[in-house]
Design a protein. Structure first.
Length: 309
């Protein structure tokens, strides 16, 4: 299978299109995937590499929101692509490639028993109580300006932790349905449930998350005392945040809102939209080393065996 193509049939646009063409939206260019798959199966390693690059950032961000761990997200991303590549010749085109790929992704994320990526779940009360125990420290205007990057880091870190209070399936449905605003029909195909069931489960995930945020989080309810800026000094002193080495507020060109379905619509001020906006303002992060994931996939012993047969 995968012999190097004898002629150079492959010419596509620059890599930017591979990074930001959102596979969760209806206007996604499925034909590019189809072309890349055909070339990859016929032996074009460059096409296979570009197929990985085209989907890597979205799979990585799904993994990052599922785990809140850069290391685990990179491991899961690599594992998904190894699974997909080994099964690529079995892809018959009966469904769209993105549906097939993200079904593999979701199943792997929901069922993984990898000790490095346990996708742990905590409960909302324990989580918010732990935040309340972090001492408050009111920052001056100058301190807020100096620590703006760290304050945003804490906001992302804290709200990403709230996602871990949802069970795995709720978390996945919320990330897809609310943050990336996936079409419910496509979401139902990927999850293997009906569109109506997808909507119901998304509604329940929203309610569970929003009820706790509205009760305890100052980002969506000004009456709540918790503020990211007030926790910043304590998080830094405890070593949870390093202003010189940010983990979440880094390595991005866009935010999730920029690639969502309704990014051109005016922002509403309903409670539901305020909650959604908190999560859609998360960065669409690049892996620490995008090329590293690709290289490790191609250096995997089983993948090398496939590529060289």
């Amino acid at each position: 299978m995968y012999k190097i193509a004898s002629c150079k049939r492959y010419r596509f646009q620059l890599a930017l299109s591979y990074h930001m063409d959102n596979p969760f939206q209806l206007n996604y260019t499925d034909q590019v995937d189809s072309d890349l798959v055909k070339l990859a199966v016929s032996g074009d390693k460059k096409a296979l590499q570009n197929l990985i690059i085209r989907h890597q950032i979205f799979i990585y961000n799904l993994a990052l929101k599922m785990t809140k761990s850069v290391e685990d997200a990179e491991d899961l991303t690599q594992e998904v692509f190894i699974k997909a590549i080994t099964a690529l010749t079995k892809f018959e085109g009966k469904s769209k490639f993105r549906t097939w790929l993200y079904r593999i992704t979701v199943n792997h994320f929901l069922n993984t028993k990898n000790s490095k990526a346990k996708l742990q779940t905590t409960d909302f009360e324990t989580y918010f109580d732990s935040i309340d125990k972090i001492p408050d420290h009111t920052l001056t205007t100058n301190e807020q300006n100096e620590l703006a990057g760290s304050i945003e880091e804490i906001r992302i870190n804290c709200t990403a932790g709230m996602l871990l209070c949802l069970d795995r399936e709720q978390r996945m449905i919320y990330i897809l349905g609310e943050m990336f605003e996936i079409d419910h029909n496509l979401g139902s195909e990927i999850l293997g449930i009906s569109a109506g069931n997808f909507r119901i489960r998304l509604m329940r995930a929203r309610q569970d998350l929003y009820n706790w945020m509205n009760e305890r989080c100052g980002l969506v309810n000004k009456a709540n005392p918790c503020r990211c800026a007030k926790k910043t000094r304590a998080y830094i002193e405890a070593g949870f945040v390093d202003p010189n080495n940010l983990v979440f507020n880094t390595r991005y060109k866009k935010k999730i809102y920029d690639v969502s379905a309704h990014n051109a619509l005016p922002i509403s001020h309903t409670i539901e939209d305020l909650n959604k906006d908190v999560f859609q303002q998360h960065p669409l992060q690049e892996p620490v080393s995008s090329q590293k994931i690709v290289e490790e996939i191609f250096n995997n012993d089983f993948i090398k065996l496939i590529l060289n047969t």
